[in-house]
Design a binder for this molecule. Structure first.
Ligand code: CP
Length: 316
């Protein structure tokens, strides 16, 4: 057994901030996915990763809750040798009405080489990318973009299926409030997948008119190779808008029965956090013959290692 070789860097180095999947060229995306595979292979072999980030500092500034994104950036940076500081909003001077901009500038002045920022609304990351001397990575901005999630989902899907080109992928549920759906659909389409949105009309986005929409799982999952369930994002809705959990599950829940509408070898994905029994059946989510949920989490670390290595590792 051996690890996938370290890929050659792209002709155009990856540099600057990563605010959107639009910030990376096709060749750079392939490089990041290949480098994530390389790091996955090293981990499988029990081999240590190189430490190109020794002496570098990653700062995580999270103004919205996170488990996966914040923790995996921490682990990714540590595996590559960086120093890491994570600052969630709770317990920080943001609770004394300090602004996100002042908080970020304060942390940057302590010597950040890269800052990962999550915010409740879009815009802060772009402002910080202009104001800070270090690259800014968008760790999720409202309902707009989550580029590192899109990259890790693509890396996971490619590892499971051996390709992305030609696959049909359904993104199901609350697409309107999902930054994962927005970034994921753009990236998967660029990599040659057919992407569909499936869900109630009230939870479909106003943009992304080029993505076909389906209102039933029976129609929307037909011939799909992968089905990505999304959480109903109640925190971005008025109470009156939020669907009843049981009714949503009956119409749009991903279960063994509804997965049967897709191809027999279809894989199940979910970016997390999951609401079991609402958008996805818990047993199906745990069933690794179909579910990639925990592989997505593992690839989250490998993909973020690739991103940090490319941005501040000095090689690509
Ligand atoms: N998928 C994702 O962004 O998860 P967290 O909110 O836990 O970071």
């Amino acid at each position: 057994m051996h690890a996938a070789p370290r890929p050659a860097p792209p002709a155009e180095p990856i540099s600057g901030s990563l605010l959107s999947v639009d910030d990376v060229a096709d060749e750079q995306i392939t490089y990041l996915l290949d480098l994530a595979d390389h790091y996955a292979g090293l981990r499988r072999l029990g081999a240590l990763a190189p430490r190109p980030l020794v002496g570098r500092t990653l700062i995580n500034l999270f103004l919205e809750p996170s488990t996966r994104t914040m923790a995996s950036f921490e682990i990714a940076a540590q595996r590559l040798g960086a120093d890491v500081l994570s600052l969630p909003a709770e317990g920080s001077s943001l609770r004394k009405d300090e602004s996100g901009l002042d908080t970020a500038q304060t942390l940057a002045a302590m010597g950040a080489d890269v800052m990962v920022v999550r915010s409740k609304e879009a815009g802060l990351q772009a402002l910080l990318a202009e104001r800070l001397a270090c690259p800014v990575v968008n760790g999720g901005d409202g309902a707009a973009e989550h580029p590192t999630q899109a990259l890790l989902d693509a890396a996971t899907l490619r590892a499971a299926k051996g390709r992305i080109e030609g696959l049909t992928v359904a993104i199901v549920g609350d697409v309107a409030h999902s930054r994962v759906a927005g970034s994921g659909a753009k990236l998967l389409k660029r990599l040659g997948a057919q992407v569909r949105f499936v869900g109630p009309a009230a939870l479909m986005p106003e943009g992304a008119a080029d993505v076909p929409r389906f209102e039933t799982l029976r129609e929307g999952l037909k011939d799909c190779d992968a089905v990505m369930a999304l959480r109903v994002q109640r925190e971005r809705m008025e109470d009156a808008e939020a669907p009843d959990g049981a009714a949503f599950h009956a119409a749009y829940g991903l279960t063994y029965e509804t997965l049967a509408f897709a191809r027999p070898d279809a894989v199940v994905m979910h970016p997390g956090p999951m609401n079991r029994g609402v958008e996805i059946d818990g047993d199906l989510a745990d069933d690794e013959t179909h579910s990639l949920v925990l592989k997505q989490v593992a690839y989250g670390v490998f993909t973020r290692m690739a991103i940090l290595d490319a941005l501040i590792g000095g090689r690509a």
